[in-house]
Design a protein around this ligand. Sequence first.
Ligand code: TYC
Length: 131
Amino acid sequence: MRGSASLPAAPRPGTERTPVVAASDPRAPGGDDRSNTAIITRTKPRTKRPSLYRVLLLNDDYTPMEFVVHVVERFFNKSHEDAYQIMMHVHHNGVGECGVFTYEVAETKVTQVMDFARKHQHPLQCVMEKK
Ligand code: TYC
């Protein structure tokens, strides 16, 4: 069992209230506020890390291997060797990761790959999934 002197619940991240008055001020935290005045606080600015998304290629029986390697080099900035490894991983496992991005970047990659595959009349599929 926990101690009986219960601590106040931790505030939700991004909602911590920070005293604006200086620590030397008698009304500062822990001070005896005999003046019945309020201590002005502000919400501490907090940057939240963005959600990340994997961009995946799916295997199919028709898209040429060379085309997939080119796609991975061109849209995911991979070396020829890394692109070849990713393509072979997809070929053998059915699915493989080309990169991890924030939502809008991942969405752009998917659109670019799908447009490029369609333009070349290949059935290559590219999807994104939340990490
Ligand atoms: N399976 C394809 C073939 O044998 C190659 C391929 C690899 C297709 C990866 C799509 O995402 C893919 N030609």
